[in-house]
Design a protein around this ligand. Structure first.
Ligand SMILES: [Zn+2]
Length: 296
């Protein structure tokens, strides 16, 4: 499935620990825990597992599980992969610091479609205003934290906003993350059920499925061509969110190893043969035992 990514790697930052903190604006934010250390890693190296883990968090939302359980799953996800990078994923360009203006496509998160940079950034730094040195046409972030300085050196040339989303005070609010994870689970379920139900339901229901998929547009990652030993497409994700979205799209359209929902536990899994209905032998046994019990 990874043909488009064959030559690819990406880089993202995860801290060793995260915690939920309530801000004065009434929202709950997931932020790096005090004293946690940042580490860059390649999220594409374990891309499939990351998508499955994201779908599992989304599944909890889908099934209306208690908020504390969902928050624990989101924290665990962040400890494995870092935060989603919603700040750079939403605007039309991740380089908004460089042009000193934020432009957003129509979205479900923020109503204003253009914003001053400082107001926008404040939505992701609710506990400590970042130290911005602003000139008329550029904003520069400055820090004395040794880890943050190291991150600026490591990611030289990346959009300034992407590096800022690796900072210690950067956080993402619960409701926004919930929407992202829920949408992924919804997209996966819609695409799976459409083909499962195709012959069983009426045209009106199928149309609702199709409309559900149409909502999965928003921003896409950009790319450039790098002249390596041969010309190579390199994806510029600038957020974990767009990387996961792209990987999920690839996995949904993979005919050989399709993504499926387990008939027993309802978790997403990658099917190694076209007719597999269960994520594991265990689920298959449980399902068959239940069917037997029902029949007797
Ligand atoms: Zn299962």
């Amino acid at each position: 499935m990874m043909k488009l990514f064959e030559q690819n790697s990406a880089s993202w930052v995860r801290y060793s620990d995260y915690e939920w903190r309530d801000a004065e604006d009434g929202h709950s934010y997931l932020v790096p825990a005090a004293g946690a250390e940042p580490r860059p890693y390649d999220p594409l190296a374990t891309g499939e597992q990351m998508v499955l883990d994201a779908l599992e968090v989304g599944g909890l939302l889908f099934r209306h599980q208690p908020e504390n359980e969902i928050k624990a799953a989101m924290r665990e996800f962040a400890c494995k992969y870092g935060l989603l990078g919603i700040m750079t994923a939403l605007p039309t360009t991740a380089r908004f610091m460089e042009i000193n203006h934020v432009v957003l496509p129509k979205n479900d998160f923020i109503r204003d479609l253009t914003m001053p940079v400082e107001d926008y950034i404040h939505l992701f730094f609710p506990f400590g205003k970042p130290d911005l040195q602003s000139t008329e046409d550029e904003n520069r972030f400055s820090t004395e934290d040794k880890y943050e300085v190291a991150l600026f050196l490591t990611y030289e040339g990346y959009p300034q906003a992407q590096i800022m989303s690796f900072m210690r005070d950067y956080g993402e609010r619960y409701e926004w993350q919930a929407k992202v994870f829920r949408d992924w689970a919804f997209t996966m379920a819609t695409s799976f059920l459409y083909y499962e139900d195709k012959d069983k339901v009426d045209e009106h229901t199928l149309d609702i499925y199709r409309q559900g998929m149409a909502a999965f547009d928003e921003n896409a990652p950009t790319y450039h061509i790098a002249l390596l030993d041969k010309p190579t497409m390199v994806w510029d994700f600038h957020s974990l969110l767009l990387a996961i979205k792209m990987l999920l799209s690839m996995m949904l359209t993979d005919e050989e190893h399709p993504l499926r929902l387990c008939r027993q536990c309802h978790k997403a899994f990658i099917s190694r043969s076209p007719n597999t209905k269960f994520c594991s032998q265990d689920c298959k046994k449980k399902y068959n035992a239940e069917q037997m019990r029902r029949r007797s």
